[in-house]
Design a protein around this ligand. Structure first.
Ligand SMILES: NC(=O)c1ccc[n+]([C@@H]2O[C@H](COP(=O)([O-])OP(=O)(O)OC[C@H]3O[C@@H](n4cnc5c(N)ncnc54)[C@H](OP(=O)(O)O)[C@@H]3O)[C@@H](O)[C@H]2O)c1
Length: 346
């Protein structure tokens, strides 16, 4: 590993962008050179409080920002001229329209799961295909649900082979602060058609996995919940699966002794552990649910939609810039810099 410090810009300082910015700032081999906003609001104050240079999309708004006490360093174009790599965390389907800008600046770019695979031509998960991302100019970090599925399926496939996966995603209705989507009171088929897009999205990372997914949205903001059935190629035991989870840096085990049987209690637990923003970066697999019947594995896992992709973005930066070529080293650096080991493996 050389000692180069990668200069990172965050285009879109919202739910994901502000978390990735804080995670980048915690890395010894990366530096935040700026974050962007289009509108004046609470997040602009947070960026300033964190000491991140703020760049805005439309410089005609500079006076309004400065009248509100927010220092504007320049335009998004200026920010892109000062970085090695940009993490695009603009709202889903906005990011693709920024591609020409990133190409113009000749910089590397990471998009999020709200964009199609084709925007980058490569979909990333640290545990599955880190080395294939080394040196790439463009990468897409897959969505929160796909990230959680890929981590688990890849680990189980490596241990005992996967014949087929059936996964039901019980999805949060909105992120906690997104009040414009509420109040709501319904279980919504999303989509009504089967399979949902999650299965094909898993195949963008793990092309050889047979998988069918179904999804509903429910009135909660805390986390997603996955009900998963995996048909195995080889016989295993519940104990072997629990050991596999405990040994994995991004698979957390919600121990039965905690008494936690919900996303709300899990969120409270993570908050009490002192995690910033009560973020659960790893999968939250409920120990009590892990069952092996014949050659079939069943379990429930909670996925914190705002958090699990954050650590993946950090590893993607290391892979694309080539500053660390070993996935395990990068994953360990990322976890250590954020001060966590996966729950249940402490
Ligand atoms: N939230 C999740 O649960 C989640 C999980 C995994 C992946 N993702 C993906 O991550 C991406 C970002 O989602 P998010 O939830 O973080 O969205 P978000 O909370 O809406 O944040 C997006 C931010 O981008 C800014 N923005 C809007 N238009 C922009 C533009 N043209 N140029 C620059 N910035 C712009 C907005 O800031 P202004 O207020 O200044 O306009 C907003 O704060 C999406 O692809 C999404 O699918 C989201």
């Amino acid at each position: 590993m050389n000692q180069k410090i990668v200069r990172v810009a965050i285009n879109g300082y919202g739910t994901i962008g502000k978390r990735v910015a804080d995670a980048v700032a915690a890395q010894p081999d990366m530096k935040i050179i700026g974050v962007s906003k289009t509108r004046l609001g609470a997040e602009a104050y947070v960026a300033q409080d964190r000491g991140y240079p703020l760049y805005i999309a439309d410089l005609t708004k500079k006076k309004a920002f400065e009248d509100a006490g927010i220092v504007v360093t320049g335009s998004i174009d200026d920010m892109l001229g000062a970085c090695d790599i940009v993490v695009d965390a603009t709202p889903g389907e906005v990011g693709a329209s920024n591609k020409a800008l990133y190409e113009k600046h000749g910089i590397k770019a990471i998009w999020q799961g709200g964009e199609e695979h084709d925007v980058a031509g490569f979909s990333f998960n640290s545990s599955c295909n880190y080395q294939d991302a080394i040196g790439k100019q463009f990468v897409r970090v897959v969505s929160c649900n796909t990230t959680g599925l890929c981590r688990l399926i890849h680990a189980v496939d490596g241990a005992c082979g996967v014949s087929h996966v059936t996964a039901v995603m019980i999805r949060r209705g909105a992120d906690p602060h997104v009040v414009k989507k509420g109040p709501i009171d319904a279980v919504v088929l999303n989509p009504a058609t089967i399979p949902s897009h999650h299965g094909p999205d898993v195949n963008s990372v793990l092309p050889d996995i047979s998988i069918a997914t179904m999804a509903v949205i429910v009135p909660t903001t805390q986390m997603h919940m996955h009900a998963i059935t995996i048909e195995l190629k080889e016989t295993t035991t519940r104990e072997e699966i629990l050991a596999l989870i405990a040994a994995h840096p991004r698979l957390g085990l919600v121990k039965a002794v905690t008494g936690i049987v919900s996303t709300a209690e899990l969120k409270e637990f993570v908050m009490d552990l002192g995690r910033p923003r009560s973020d659960l970066w790893e999968n939250g697999i409920y120990e009590a649910s892990v069952s092996v019947v014949g050659k079939t594995l069943y379990l429930f896992q909670a996925i914190h939609q705002e958090a699990d992709v954050v650590v993946e973005n950090i590893d993607a930066i290391r892979a694309m810039t080539g500053i660390v070529t070993d996935p395990d080293t990068s994953i360990q650096m990322t976890n250590e810099s954020l001060g966590f080991v996966a729950i249940g493996s402490e």
